[in-house]
Design a protein around this ligand. Structure first.
Ligand SMILES: Cc1cc2nc3c(=O)[nH]c(=O)nc-3n(C[C@H](O)[C@H](O)[C@H](O)COP(=O)(O)OP(=O)(O)OC[C@H]3O[C@@H](n4cnc5c(N)ncnc54)[C@H](O)[C@@H]3O)c2cc1C
Length: 417
């Protein structure tokens, strides 16, 4: 792209940094990604792998707060909060509750419906070139309920999803078993979501995108960014723990749950927290699922991966740095045993990941408030794999000053100011 060629530095080599890097290389930029933990098993590697192109309704819904005490008290419940973390958690909780009124929910849903629209399409130019398109299974997903009463509790969610274009079909028990015979008696009724897919292993996806990035001339560095240096009041270089000063024309912060530690250094505050999630991958599960299954009332999922069956979910608020509490994995396996008779939990690999979560479930894809050479791409919560390619494309469009495929107003870092 000739004169438009820029030296771009991306902080973070998760799904968001890698998709952004690969899209920016297509524009002819000189792109470097810096990652402190290249062999790590971060959020983008160990998750459930879904392209959840129907998940457009935010978590903060009207009346949701009524369920919270019950969830917190239930040892098998989907939500946990470490009490010592409550004072730090309060600003996020406050904005979460503020985001749960009907008007705000509609606004977020509309924004997310536009966001997920090209979720599959925008991966195509990345996967095809990386030779990893075989990892993507686009055969839909089932949502399972234990009773009609359970399903009707979610009527608001389904009505709202439908109004914004989500396709789903109601299924009775027989129809569920036709699709997934391994499900036991607890599966009473459900929904089929045709516009859903999953990667057979998100770690392979991340590795493939990283290889593609390097093969196309991108530079991948291992180091940790500690500070930003300025010249004439403009961010100009990233100072690393290893003592490097990496100069850039343009900076992209895609550091997942750690992003606001960096944005703060650039004068851009945002209330981000981490919803820590857990899973266990069972190498010989003893049951077979053909596609991803979601268990609506117990709030966990099962994904068939190329390395076994992954059972995961849970939301834990404990901050970024707290040690994992792997008993959450046991809880999820206990729940899964209730739905999948014959499940063999032996030899499972336990994992915890940090979802970078915004109070309104809408990511931040935004220019800095103060610096025209800084962009942010973080806060994808439960949808980082879903929205990885969409975000990468949007970041490249923003930097090229092209019109973006969807309106980014709701994604601005200043929206809670
Ligand atoms: C249990 C669980 C299940 C999930 N399932 C799904 C799913 O099915 N579908 C879906 O769409 N999403 C899912 N997610 C969410 C998804 O995993 C995340 O949204 C996504 O991985 C976030 O990607 P990211 O690139 O923003 O962050 P990350 O993957 O965390 O990457 C950020 C990187 O930045 C690096 N970094 C941070 N600070 C610095 C610094 N100062 N210097 C250098 N490097 C730095 C970190 O080391 C990290 O590797 C799930 C998450 C969990 C926990």
């Amino acid at each position: 792209m000739g004169d438009g060629k820029k030296r771009i530095l991306i902080i973070g080599s998760g799904i968001i940094g890698l998709c952004s890097g690969n899209y920016l290389l297509k524009d002819g930029h000189d792109v470097t990604i810096i990652e402190r933990d290249p062999l790590g098993d971060g959020a983008s590697c160990g998750n459930a792998g879904a392209i959840a192109a129907t998940e457009i309704v935010p978590f903060a819904l009207p009346g949701l707060w009524k369920d919270v005490p019950r969830w917190l008290l239930d040892p098998l419940g989907p939500l946990s909060l470490r009490m010592s973390y409550l004072p730090q958690f309060f600003p996020w909780l406050y904005l979460f509750l503020k985001s749960s009124n009907q008007k705000k929910v509609e606004k977020s849903t509309k924004a997310m419906a536009a966001f997920v629209q090209n979720a599959f399409e925008d991966y195509k130019p990345l996967l095809g070139n990386a030779g990893i398109q075989g990892l993507l299974k686009k055969e839909g997903s089932l949502v399972i309920y234990k009773s009609e009463k359970g399903r009707s509790k979610d009527n608001y969610f389904w009505d709202l999803s439908k109004r914004y274009g989500v396709e789903f079909n109601l299924l009775n028990r027989e129809e569920i078993l036709d699709r997934e015979p391994a499900l036991g008696e607890r599966a009473h009724c459900g929904m089929h979501l045709p516009n859903w897919g999953h990667f057979a292993n998100p770690a392979d996806l991340v590795k493939g995108l990283a290889k593609e990035f390097r093969n196309n001339g991108g530079t991948h560095l291992t180091d940790e960014v500690e500070a930003i240096e300025y010249k004439d009041n403009k961010p100009k270089a990233a100072r690393t723990k290893g003592g490097q000063a990496l100069e850039f024309d343009h900076l992209v912060v895609a550091a997942g749950a750690w992003s606001t530690r960096l944005s703060k250094k650039l004068g851009d505050n945002f209330v981000l927290d981490t919803e820590r999630g857990y899973n266990t991958t069972l190498p010989t599960p003893g049951v077979e699922l053909s596609n991803m299954v979601q268990f609506a009332e117990d709030k966990f999922v099962a994904t068939p991966m190329n390395i076994g069956l992954r059972i995961g979910g849970a939301v834990e608020f404990a901050g970024i740095d707290a040690e994992p509490n792997y008993s959450r994995c046991e809880t999820l396996l206990t729940l899964a045993n209730g739905y999948l008779p014959g499940l063999n939990s032996d030899g499972g690999t336990k994992w915890m990941g940090r979802r970078p979560s915004t109070p309104d479930s809408v990511p931040v894809i935004s220019p800095s408030r103060h610096h025209d050479n800084v962009h942010y791409a973080f806060g994808h919560g439960h949808l980082g794999i879903t929205g990885g390619a969409v975000t990468g494309r949007a970041v490249s469009d923003l930097i090229a000053k092209r019109p973006t495929a969807f309106d980014l107003t709701a994604f601005n870092i200043n929206r809670f100011d």
